[in-house]
Design a protein around this ligand. Structure first.
Ligand SMILES: *[C@@H]1O[C@H](CO)[C@@H](O)[C@H](O)[C@H]1NC(C)=O
Ligand SMILES: *[C@@H]1O[C@H](CO)[C@@H](O)[C@H](O)[C@H]1NC(C)=O
Ligand SMILES: *[C@@H]1O[C@H](CO)[C@@H](O)[C@H](O)[C@H]1NC(C)=O
Ligand SMILES: CC(=O)N[C@H]1CO[C@H](CO)[C@@H](O)[C@@H]1O
Length: 188
């Protein structure tokens, strides 16, 4: 009986050590990842990457307070539409420009896949794309971007060519440092 108790205590101790190790190794450890990519949108009829799905505007197409826009667009390494595909970005933009022009609530994610990083991160918050560059808040991530927090600086390009409207993103992230213990857990 005593042997059994000792045995159980040992099992408990070992599992506690395991828990503390995994908690401790992730605790507050962050590393910096910076990315640059280009969103390539098209507004050519029939192959739009960005559509208004709800509007109260009288002239459909003119931005109006209350519009909900859904987009899903490829992201590439450069301005060239044939450059390396790095993934895609998609989600919604709600037009909240009632008291302030050119203001949206953005809720979208980026699925990123390069030889260096694989994962997703989430943008959530107020954006004002009426300005030359604008900032987007990044609040979460998965994969290599697990625990991501940070921001992106966005810039619009070539808005006159509706077949390839470009947005450049410079993204600055702090992500969890994945240790060998949590990596092992992921692959189990
Ligand atoms: C990312 O950019 C920030 C701000 O410029 C800089 O402090 C940081 O060192 C950069 N990180 C890497 C990994 O280059
Ligand atoms: C928004 O822009 C329109 C057109 O330029 C202008 O008439 C209006 O006053 C602006 N609204 C606000 C809240 O700035
Ligand atoms: C991710 O990129 C690699 C090349 O770096 C490619 O082989 C793989 O098919 C890509 N995966 C997805 C889901 O796009
Ligand atoms: C693909 C494309 O047309 N890129 C152009 C976008 O605009 C920048 C700056 O005006 C040009 O340098 C690119 O050639």
């Amino acid at each position: 009986m005593e042997r059994l108790t000792i045995c159980w205590s040992l099992v408990l101790l070992i599992s506690l050590i395991g828990i503390f190790q995994s908690e401790a190794s992730n605790l507050g450890l962050k590393k910096s990842i910076n990315l640059t990519y280009y969103v390539h949108d098209t507004f050519v009829k029939g192959s739009e990457t960005s559509v208004v799905v709800a509007t109260v505007g009288e002239n459909k197409g003119d931005p109006a307070f209350g519009d909900i826009r859904v987009f899903h667009s490829p992201i590439r390494a450069t301005e060239d539409r044939n450059s390396l595909l790095l993934g895609n970005t998609g989600g919604t933009l709600a037009d909240i420009s009632h008291l302030e022009n050119n203001t949206y609530h953005a809720s979208f994610s980026v699925s990123y896949n390069s030889s260096e990083y694989v994962g997703t991160f989430s943008v959530q918050g107020r954006v004002t794309p009426g300005t030359t560059t604008w900032e987007v808040p990044i609040i979460a991530g998965t994969g290599d971007f697990r625990g991501a927090q940070g921001y992106g600086i966005a810039k619009a390009y070539n808005v006159t060519d509706i077949s390839d409207v470009l947005f450049k993103y410079d993204v600055f992230l702090n992500v969890e440092v994945a240790d060998s213990y949590s990596r092992a857990q992921q692959t189990m």
